[in-house]
Design a protein around this ligand. Structure first.
Ligand code: GLN
Length: 476
């Protein structure tokens, strides 16, 4: 196997034995980017090789979603409005990565401001799915998922507000973890919906996911919503044993419109885990049908407020209209936001502003907050009976580029399985569990109680050790 095709834990072993060097690994990854990224377009920008520092303990090349503030490179959220923006500080996650010795390769493409499920809403062009170049990589962290799947990064960082790590991980056949809300500091993550956003790892296997979470997790005084809960060594949770565990498959999740191949793959997961001694329990999450509506009210409301700062004064490239329309200040705001934001971003700002406006606030936003609590209660009740819940990550495999861009509702509805973990704050992982007849990856989602990433890793690791999906590498 070539160096860029390996996992981080594999490379760390090779480094320890003196069989390779950090510079050699870095060159191998950059070579892959040079050769293939014109097809995949996972990256928006790549750091020059000369700037790398190989002196740290874990000098593993990593790709970063373009919504985390970095001193070294622009941070644009794939938006025209932030073109040229240079953060004066590093996000906490970036600082922690640097302290671990990570080699920051560059920034990956995404849906503008993380609004989307396909990376088609980027202002810098689409990213293609390495498993089928006519397919989307998922979104919004599509660039990070595609970079790992295409072996153009050993691992990567993304953010997940409604599924943006897990769904692209499923579409690209890699492991994507959304930690518990508060587990990883959001300081320096450009906010979409502050009560839902979490940063997490994309990796080639479950062991790497635990290693990368070890690096980025932990309380941060700079993020008041980060939790002051001790961080265990997650690699200790990598136990190949689910004997005696109870696992739930929510009946509401096997919805109409689910791809039969996805359904069959999840049934197969059940067999594997049963063979290893887990017991399956029927659980019910009755408020699931309201999850998408609730998310798109809460998420857009918070987004409309968070994006107010991009006005050409506080942040954002300022534009002035050729002639005065209302008054120079209002004209400038309008021109800046009209030229700087793409169509989906405008749609989200309008939806969010609407549900927060007086007269509609109680009917939409406040009601959505109440339903959010009901959805969380459903999950908490289920976890009184089971240790983990398994579901498909997405009802389908990767769809074709352009297929859903004209139908935002179809795009929103496909987030049904990932959204509940964000609304409830619970951790969830997506990992490969098969391929469709067309050769496209299928994703398994595992959800556990808040701050029980250890249980998540245990179930995920057991499944992985008894299957070989994680060993498959794409041919580009
Ligand atoms: N697909 C969801 C959305 O469009 C999730 C995005 C995300 O998690 N950032 O809102």
């Amino acid at each position: 196997m070539k160096l860029h095709e390996r996992t981080a834990h594999d490379l760390l072993d090779l480094l320890k034995d003196g069989q390779t060097t950090p510079a050699e690994i870095h060159r191998s990854v950059l070579g892959q980017i040079n050769e293939h990224d014109d097809k995949v377009h996972a990256y928006l920008r790549v750091n020059p090789a000369e700037s790398a520092d190989y002196s740290g303990t874990q000098p593993i090349p990593i790709a970063i979603k373009d919504n985390m503030c970095m001193e070294d490179l622009e941070t644009t959220c794939a938006s025209q409005i932030l073109k040229g923006f240079r953060s004066p500080y590093d996000a906490t996650v970036i600082r922690k990565l640097k302290e671990s010795g990570a080699v920051l390769i560059g920034n990956t493409n995404m849906d503008e401001f993380a609004f989307g499920s396909s990376t088609e809403n980027s202002s810098s062009g689409v990213t293609r799915n390495p498993w089928g170049l006519d397919r989307v990589p998922g979104g919004s962290s599509g660039g990070s998922a595609a970079a790992v799947a295409a072996n153009e990064a050993i691992w990567a960082i993304g953010s997940d507000t409604g599924g943006s790590i897990r769904q692209p991980a499923a579409f690209c056949g890699v492991v994507g973890l959304k930690p518990t809300y508060g587990r990883v500091s959001r300081y320096g993550l450009i906010a979409f919906a502050s009560s839902l956003d979490q940063i997490g790892p994309f990796t080639k296997d479950v062991t790497d996911s635990a290693l990368l979470l070890n690096i980025i997790a932990g309380h941060d005084p700079l993020d008041s919503t980060s939790a002051d809960v001790p961080v265990p060594d997650y690699t200790r949770a990598l136990v190949n044993d689910v004997k005696g565990l109870k696992i739930g498959m929510p009946r509401e999740y096997f919805v109409d419109g689910m791809d039969p191949e996805v359904k069959a793959a999840i049934e197969q997961v059940k067999t594997v885990l049963q063979d290893k001694g887990a017991t399956f329990v029927d659980v019910s999450l009755p408020h699931t049908e309201y999850a998408v509506a609730t998310y798109y009210i809460v998420g857009t409301a918070e987004a409309s407020s968070n994006l107010a700062r991009f006005d050409g004064v506080q942040y954002g490239q300022r534009r002035r209209p050729a002639e005065t329309r209302k008054n120079p200040l209002v004209d400038m705001y309008e021109e800046t936001r009209d030229a700087g934001f793409g169509p989906e971003t405008k749609r989200r700002i309008i939806l969010g502003t609407y549900s927060l406006s007086s007269g509609y606030y109680d009917a939409y936003y406040l009601r959505a907050l109440k339903v959010r609590t009901l959805i969380k209660n459903d999950l908490e009740k289920a976890f009184e009976q089971v240790d983990a819940i398994i579901t498909p990550t997405s009802p389908t495999t990767a769809f074709k580029i352009g297929e859903r861009s004209a139908d935002p509702l179809a795009m929103y509805l496909s987030d049904i399985f990932t959204i509940p973990a964000n609304l409830s704050g619970m951790p969830a992982v997506s990992m490969p569990c098969g391929f469709s007849g067309e050769g496209l990856p299928i994703g398994l989602q595992i959800v556990t109680k808040a701050f029980d990433e250890e249980m998540l890793f245990r179930v995920a690791y057991t499944y992985e050790q008894n299957t070989d999906w994680h060993t498959k590498r794409v041919e580009l």
